[in-house]
Design a protein around this ligand. Structure first.
Ligand SMILES: *Cc1c(COP(=O)(O)O)cnc(C)c1O
Length: 413
């Protein structure tokens, strides 16, 4: 599908969320995309005659226009999703992976080599934090962990060997925001690239590439799939960089997205703009309710004026998303009550689904296992989380029912 209407008006995001990347099966004329489960493809005779002596993995000998060859390189169903993701981020290309972690680790291993330095957010998705603390240094890659919401801290961490700055905004689990344009300006001045994990924002709220980032990472498992029934991940950016990532990291590390999951995620994205509007509306209602409850000591939601970076949220996010966090006096006890009593919320990890999800994140636990913050950064983390906070993914149910479900538990404290 072209990115423009017949009269050359750019297509709106609701139209692109449904039609971008769509390829119809000429045999059946099916309106919905089909699922190509094939792992291998019959090679065109002309391609075989021209390339019979070459290595299929080497783009220099084959050029960039490979036919479908093997599904670790490309698969038509996965490709439809990649084109749609690129359209939503207004980027040239996207590479899909089997999970958000497969996408993140592929990008980090592709961009960084022994002797390089990376600046990585001190608080990040726990899997990324653990990978950055444990795996990267073992490969001879130096990492500095900074509070990326403080631009001076990012600038001070830059070295001549810095190749990549990794940010996540809003950050899991405390919803701290990072000024993408500010970080991009600092990184580029030092010759480094910026990767943004935009899972919590989604392309509906924020388009990091338009703000100067070099690539965007999404866990497709969350809002993009939207229904809690398929895992996936993606990196989105310029064409040459994505082709290099595909051939290096997807082909060699092998973290492919299965066609059935690509199809489910692709269908989920059809309603992403509508879902995000409803998620934000529900989250605002739940956040406002929590702010009035006497047992709740603090609420963090970018859409509320009480968020410490509400001005940045308004500048950088067109939708405040469905994620919020709150603190209550006796968090562990409330968690126990919730696991037993909640009737609508599921007490479960993950986020971005139509079903509302809630989980308690204990500070001591993530500090020891994942973040390993120094004293000053731990002090800042505790200013948000205290001893622990509830991470809430507000789903698509009636907001009044969600508030009542939480109230039933809070009233037992
Ligand atoms: C869940 C999540 C990931 C990891 O994605 P998976 O699909 O679970 O591998 C990465 N970043 C953020 C912000 C996440 O919420």
């Amino acid at each position: 599908m072209s990115q423009r209407t017949g009269r050359s008006r750019p297509l709106g995001v609701r139209t692109r969320a449904i039609h971008a990347g769509e390829v119809h099966d000429p045999t059946t004329a099916a309106s919905a995309p089909n699922i190509v489960m094939a792992s291998t493809f019959i090679l065109p005779p002309a391609f075989v005659q021209a390339n019979a002596g070459s290595s299929f993995g080497n783009p220099e000998t084959l050029g960039e226009d490979l036919p479908n060859l093997y599904s670790r390189w490309s698969n038509p169903t996965v490709r439809q999703l990649e084109v749609k993701l690129a359209s939503l981020e207004q980027a040239e290309d996207a590479v899909a992976f089997g999970s958000g972690m497969a996408a993140s680790s592929a990008l980090l291993l592709h961009k960084l080599k022994a002797g390089d330095h990376a600046v990585i957010s001190d608080v990040a998705y726990v899997g990324v934090a653990e990978f950055a603390h444990d795996t990267l240094p073992n490969l001879g890659i130096a990492v500095t962990f900074v509070d990326t919401s403080e631009l001076e801290e990012v600038a001070a961490a830059m070295r001549p060997t810095t190749k990549l700055v990794w940010i996540e905004t809003p950050v899991n689990p405390i919803l701290r925001l990072t000024d993408i344009a500010g970080v991009a300006e600092i990184a580029h001045r030092h010759g480094a690239e910026v990767a943004v994990d935009s899972t919590w924002a989604t392309p509906i709220a924020t388009r990091p590439l338009a703000l100067g980032a070099d690539c965007v990472v999404h866990s497709l498992t969350k809002y993009l799939c939207g229904h809690g029934d398929a895992m996936g991940g993606a990196v989105i950016g310029n064409g040459r960089a994505m082709n290099a990532l595909r051939l290096d990291a997807r082909v060699h590390l092998g973290g492919v997205l299965a066609p059935l999951n690509a199809w489910l995620i692709n269908r989920g994205i059809d309603t992403l703009p509508l879902r995000m509007a409803a998620h934000a509306e529900g989250a605002l209602a739940v956040a406002r309710f929590l702010e009035t409850h006497p047992e709740v000591t603090r609420v963090f939601y970018p859409g509320l004026p009480s968020h410490p970076q509400h001005a940045l949220a308004r500048r950088q996010m067109e939708n405040a998303s469905g994620m919020l966090a709150f603190r209550a006096e006796d968090g562990p006890r409330l968690a126990g009550i919730m696991a037993e009593r909640l009737r609508i919320f599921h007490y479960a990890v993950s986020l971005g689904h139509q079903r509302s999800l809630i989980v308690y994140v204990a500070t001591a636990d993530v500090q020891a296992g994942s973040f390993r913050l120094d004293d000053e950064h731990l002090r800042r983390y505790r200013a948000y989380a205290g001893d622990g906070l509830f991470r809430v993914s507000v789903g698509l149910e009636d907001p009044a029912d969600l508030c009542a479900d939480l109230e039933d538990c809070l009233d037992l404290l």
